[in-house]
Ligand binder design. Sequence first.
Ligand code: FAD
Ligand code: ZN
Length: 477
Amino acid sequence: MKNSAFAMPGAETLARFAAITGERHALSDPAAMAPYLSEWRDKYVGRAAMVLRPGSVEEVSQILALANDRRVAIVPQGGNTGLVGGQVPFEEGNEVVVSLGRLNRILSIDAQGNTLTAQAGCTLAAIQHAAQEAGRLFPLSLGSEGSCQIGGNLATNAGGVAVLSFGNAREQVLGLEVVLADGRVWDGLRSLRKDNTGYDLKQLFVGSEGTLGIITAAVLKLRPRPRSRETAFAGVKTPRAAIALLQRAQEDFGAGVTSFELMARIGLDFTLRHLAGARDPLNEKWPWYVLLEVSSGDSQETARRRVEALLYEAMEAGEAGDVFLAQSQAQGEALWRLRTAMSEVQKHEGGSIKHDVSVPVAAIPEFLEQAGKQIEELVPGARPVPFGHLGDGNLHYNVSQPEGADKEAFLARWEEVSAAIHDLVAGHNGSISAEHGIGRMKRDLLPGVKSVVEMEMMRALKRTFDPRGILNPGKLL
Ligand code: FAD
Ligand code: ZN
């Protein structure tokens, strides 16, 4: 794909960009730029005229002012873990990547007010850690947390494994600092819980995928740190049984059910095969598994007793076949690894056609049945590997190639397979992007799932915030 609407920036413009960050942080050597031009799956490999690594909000501001003046296309980049290609430049080489990684300071923590203010380039793990040190919890949690950045999390409105109880990235933010397309800086770093003074501007930038402004800092909400956290792994016969277990858990613990993840047996098989040290916590094999986490203010003893009672009742009711309750933090982490390794281990099984869809929770069993049939008809032998955040109705409906099949030939059928899955999703009033965003991958699908009025409102916002269209052109819209 190309982005020919923008000219190649000339040597003089590039020299001016480099003068803003200093030569050391203005990369133009192909080898130095390479890590910023592709993502970990190598699904998208782009080119760029330059990669800039600004060290301050003033530098970001100067970069955008110059880019706007000279009409240079800018690709904002955080930790480069996005799964829809939004952070990778196109193949033409006329864009400038602005990588936020040097803006990595925690600016302040207010434990009493339960807020943390951080620069956009802080990794999610660094923010979780800082919250923990202050005796608080920052609940956002994703498989990529060691490298994704809070700016990227907000720009993509990331979800993850704790949305069930705490909401997605959108719900963790109180204020933002954003550099606008023309270089103006909006200081919206407010920490108020209540501020009913008109349009909620910060929320426009959340989920905007780098198309409306560059987020440079954020005020985030912290939560009390739970006294206890119980992690259990349950073998279940059907997705329907898993939903019954979810309901039982929520009746007992309410919002204390912080994660409820579903995984098909084939997913566990992949993990056991490809993740060093992984072992099946249960003696028998089950068609489906649930990873359940309950957090509470109860003492560990009380919490364990309550979760044991829940699991016992679920087994009595036939909702859970067999269960394993972690007896230590290390065991809990080992259970989590079985789930978080899911993205990685599929790579070892050849080509994988990926979906990030949501449907109403009650529709999940039917969707899974229909999707399985569709795949078998379209690509006999292809192996669906559904897993995801059952409590949110969000499935990563991935499909691995048939064993021994040709990887490229299988991947060539991506659009056909996706169209079938997305049709099913539409039939259940679901979404074709539950948490990963639109980026480049789903851009052309967007008008098909949004009304004309919705597309018009989105385009109007884009024109207003970025009249010259320099911010991440060709992504999202
Ligand atoms: P990038 O990938 O660098 O950028 C993503 C988008 O945001 C791009 O459009 C970019 O232009 C824009 N952007 C980045 N920083 C800024 C900024 N400061 N200002 C403006 N725009 C910006 N996602 C989930 O939602 N849930 C999951 O459970 C989940 N699990 C994952 C597991 C793995 C193993 C991996 C690799 C990814 C996973 N993801 C998940 C996807 C990804 O981690 C998230 O989308 C994450 O929020 C992206 O953050 P990032 O810093 O890497 O952003
Ligand atoms: Zn996910």
